[in-house]
Design a protein around this ligand. Structure first.
Ligand code: NAP
Length: 308
């Protein structure tokens, strides 16, 4: 019987593990694919305090993971398929099924994060891995001296467009409105980069090619004019979708399936907490994912003290 099982090992899951480890709770972290979560698809984090000039994302994740290891909190790579709640004399106990195993726990912290949304245009599915990508760090090196387009106007699209200029000969950022959503400081860097071409008020209608991406058709939403643009890569950063399928029948979610919590990270279910990008909130940053994780661990600790 664990005191707490943490689902996910992005910044939120790792920091929850760090705090639970320091409370000396019997803790297990379950991770589906890779430690670090979706943020490792971004090459650097520029706004994490303490690292002037930014820090490579992998380095920050390694540092946090080392702190978790020092506390001997185990991380097991197994995908959670279901969670069963059992009432034992008024106190809930949860059985977490992951892979071929089932683990019992008194409390849960859901830190399952989010993944990139699909754009939903013709050709997108067909060319995933053949020119269409959702990860600049993973796929950027394949586009050395090639022309690419980046779709989206948020922080990720702008940061990744800048990063991709270290490989591509030319990067065209396509955004559906006349104004970017990204923070001004990142936008300034984008506008100062001579290898980036900005196409505002424009959407992609189709990604075309034979066996791999050869171009996109771009529609100007103000004039309705459509042009064909030749390129070898299409990087899509149009927001995130939470990884909450496995709790959708268990917890209250909002209309976009983000988990609803109170300020102490408590969900609609007793002894279940959520933090990070799977949670409904206004700001999706590593810094507040870490803070929420500390709050979730503190709530778990308080709940367990009250059981005694
Ligand atoms: P985002 O901030 O939600 O921006 C999504 C962008 O995609 C918006 O510009 C949106 O356009 C556009 N878009 C959405 N659907 C579209 C569609 N169907 N067709 C064309 N464009 C579409 O998402 P994000 O940039 O992927 O970032 C995800 C989250 O991670 C954000 O909250 C971001 O702040 C955060 N982030 C954090 C860090 C960090 O912690 N250091 C770094 C990077 C990102 P509109 O503007 O018109 O809505």
């Amino acid at each position: 019987m664990y005191d707490v099982i943490i689902i996910g090992s992005g910044p939120a899951g790792l920091v929850a593990g760090l705090y639970c480890g320091r409370f000396r709770l019997k803790t297990l972290i379950l991770e589906r694919i890779n430690i670090g979560g979706q943020i490792v698809t971004s090459p650097t984090i520029e706004n994490f305090p303490g690292f002037p000039g930014g820090i490579p994302t992998v380095e920050l994740i390694d540092k946090i993971k080392n702190q978790v290891d020092e506390l001997e909190v185990p991380v097991i790579t197994e995908e959670v398929s279901s969670i069963l709640a059992v009432d034992k004399s008024g106190i809930p106990v949860y059985t977490v099924k992951a892979g071929d195993n089932a683990y019992e726990t008194k409390t849960l912290i859901i830190a399952s994060g989010a993944q990139s949304k699909k754009l939903g245009v013709a050709g997108e599915g067909k060319f995933i891995g053949r020119g269409v990508s959702y990860c600049a760090t993973c796929d950027g090196p394949f586009f050395k001296n090639k022309e690419i387009v980046v779709i989206g106007g948020g922080d990720r699209a702008v940061e990744e467009a800048i990063f991709l200029t270290s490989y591509a000969s030319k990067v065209t950022l396509i955004h559906r409105r006349g104004e970017l959503r990204a923070s001004k400081i990142i936008e300034e860097k984008l506008r100062a980069n001579p290898r980036i071409n900005l196409k505002l008020d424009s959407v992609i209608e189709e990604i075309t090619g034979k066996d791999k991406v050869e171009g996109v058709s771009i529609k100007n939403v103000l004039t309705a004019a459509v042009e064909t643009y030749l390129c070898q890569g299409v990087f899509i950063f149009v927001g995130i979708k939470p990884n909450t399928d496995f709790v959708k029948n268990l917890l209250h979610l909002d209309e976009s399936e983000f988990i609803i919590t109170d300020q102490d990270m408590k969900t609609s279910l007793e002894a279940v907490y959520a933090c990070g990008d799977c949670r409904k909130k206004n700001l999706y940053q590593v810094i507040n994912a870490c803070g929420e994780a500390a709050a979730a661990a503190d709530s778990v600790h308080r709940y367990l003290l009250n059981l005694k």
